[in-house]
Design a protein around this ligand. Structure first.
Ligand code: KG4
Ligand code: ZN
Length: 342
């Protein structure tokens, strides 16, 4: 069967097309248009601009796919139903609903965080049949992105419960805001990763909520980081490149230590067979190395780096899993987008 996946929760417009049967998937297209340039002057994503861009980008991406594929052959349309920026979600929904009507197809609503989970199961490789990666349940899943820091226990592909989440800022958001405070641009995560490579010293920063349960909190860390920047600026007049690198490494290291600490806590309680770390922040090589080094006796799985951040392929594969395991495809009138995590 053929599934089209549409992503529009935030600042990436993405459409992918997969062919799938049983345990095998072939990626036929994975088109992405990033809006980074549009949002950079604002230091973060502006929801209404994101929606405007999706409106422009999604038809454009579909046209590219249509050049090589007759859309009438598509069986289902999967789209990111939430959580995300409401105007952006609504734009994606409009686009998919119109297409579903035109092609007379059913829709698979896919939770954006579920799609981040699904991203570890495939490779971003065009036109090659690949087996869906085998994973062993129960499995701990940490989704770390710009909007979310959620920890789940998955008992199967469709049975899972949330163990914890951030009570304030998300991990990626903290990196983005940290980068903004250092005047480094947007999105912050990859820039901070680069700067951190040249660090010579590490500052000690607080780890709020560390010992309390499985929820996360990063806003206290953000405040402490901003204070530290102020102190250094007051003492030396400005921030040297060396200081920027040191600060970047300190922020990144502190966040990753918190993530690993909480994962380990959950591991001790729930005894999972494997651990998945996914979402935009999981693209970070330092996080990957730290987690693999820490969890020596258990497999830690990451998505292919190109699938860590948002894209249509994650949605398509998430949609296929939901359909395969739960026969979850709906008529449009039963679907509502949602901005917050459920
Ligand atoms: O999953 P994603 O594309 O969007 C959301 O669902 O939020 O994640 C975007 C986040 C941003 O905060 C960005 O700074 C972060 O992922 N990110 C990274 C890296 N690449 C993207 N953070 C750390 N290191 C990276 N290499
Ligand atoms: Zn995401």
């Amino acid at each position: 069967m053929y599934i089209l996946g549409v992503e529009s929760t935030c600042d990436e417009s993405g459409i992918a097309l997969i062919e799938a049967e049983k345990e095998r998937v072939k990626v036929l297209a994975n088109e992405l248009r990033s809006q980074i340039k549009i949002h950079t002057p604002y230091g973060g994503v502006v929801p209404i601009l994101a929606a405007r861009e999706h409106k422009k980008n999604l038809p454009y991406l579909l046209k590219i796919i249509e050049k090589n594929f007759d859309l009438k052959k598509v069986d289902y349309l999967a789209f990111s139903v939430g959580p995300g920026l409401l105007p952006a979600l609504v734009e994606g929904k409009e686009f998919v609903f119109n297409l579903a009507k035109k092609l007379n197809k059913k829709i698979i609503p896919v939770d954006h965080l579920y799609a981040h989970f699904a991203s570890v199961l495939i490779k971003n490789k065009l036109n090659v049949w690949q087996k869906i990666r085998k994973i062993n349940f129960p499995i701990l899943v940490l989704v770390v992105s710009g909007g979310h820091t959620n920890l789940y226990l998955f008992e199967s592909f469709t049975k899972f419960k949330k163990l914890g989440q951030t009570l304030d800022d998300a991990a990626g958001e903290t990196l983005d805001k940290g980068a903004r405070a250092l005047n480094l641009g947007y999105p912050g995560g990859p820039i901070i990763e680069e700067k951190a490579k040249k660090a010579k010293n590490i500052y000690l920063l607080p780890k709020p909520l560390l010992e309390k349960g499985l929820n996360f909190s990063f806003s206290g860390l953000k405040t402490a980081f901003n204070e530290l920047i102020k102190e250094i600026k007051e003492a030396s007049g400005s921030l040297s490149e060396e200081e920027i690198c040191n600060l970047s490494a300190s922020l990144q290291k502190t966040i990753f230590e918190i993530l690993i600490y909480k994962l380990n806590k959950a591991k001790q309680i729930y005894r999972p067979k494997e651990i998945i770390i996914t979402g935009g922040v999981s693209a970070n090589m330092t996080l990957r190395k730290m987690a693999k080094k820490f969890f020596r006796n258990i497999r830690v799985i990451f998505p292919e780096r190109s699938l860590s951040t948002d894209n249509g392929l994650n949605i398509a594969i998430g949609g296929y899993l939901l359909l395969k395991e739960k026969s979850l495809a709906l008529d449009p009138e039963k679907i509502e987008v949602y901005p917050r995590t459920v």
